[in-house]
Design a protein around this ligand. Sequence first.
Ligand code: ZN
Length: 214
Amino acid sequence: MRIWARRLLVGAGIIAVGIGFVGYVADDGTVGSPLASRIAHGEVDSILPSLVPSLVLSEAVAEADHNATGREGGELPRHATPFETHLPGIANLDAALLIAVQAAARDAAEDGVPFWVTSGWRSAAYQQQLLDEAVEEYGGLEEARRFVATPSTSNHVTGRAVDIGPTDADSWLSQHGSAYGLCQTYANEMWHFELATEPGGICPAMLSDASEMQ
Ligand SMILES: [Zn+2]
């Protein structure tokens, strides 16, 4: 993001925080500051959760940088949850997919199942990096493409795929995913899910592996 735009966002945040504290005159004539008083009464932990995520989300969505690698290119820390929308790999997911995955994660948690996004949106550069690494690992492009799609075919690059872990979460999601429209789409990747049916619908037949995506 250009530095002036970042400053504008930060500035907007500071102004919003300021408005929250400056206060207001209520209809009954009393003077108060809604946010400050809610913090004082323990209803709001701090001003940060209410303001910062939306700012960061808009920043990440506006800047899906396909040349970026590392965290900006979508690489996720271990045990990232679908609620960590400050991470570009989460924030740049297709909005409908993100909502479905968040709903599934909430219900999995109620069943006592930990639920992490091990990979979400990826920049084209990050996808290429993963493909290059797979070519090294599997000894050739043809074999590598069975597990890692190219930047032009990967649904991670379009933000329409998530990899879920650990294995318990994969099993939970293969059992319950269709209730949210979430389907395993490759037979050889039990962790890879896409929005592939209506909520409560029937998942389509799986492709055998990612190399079938041309
Ligand atoms: Zn995947």
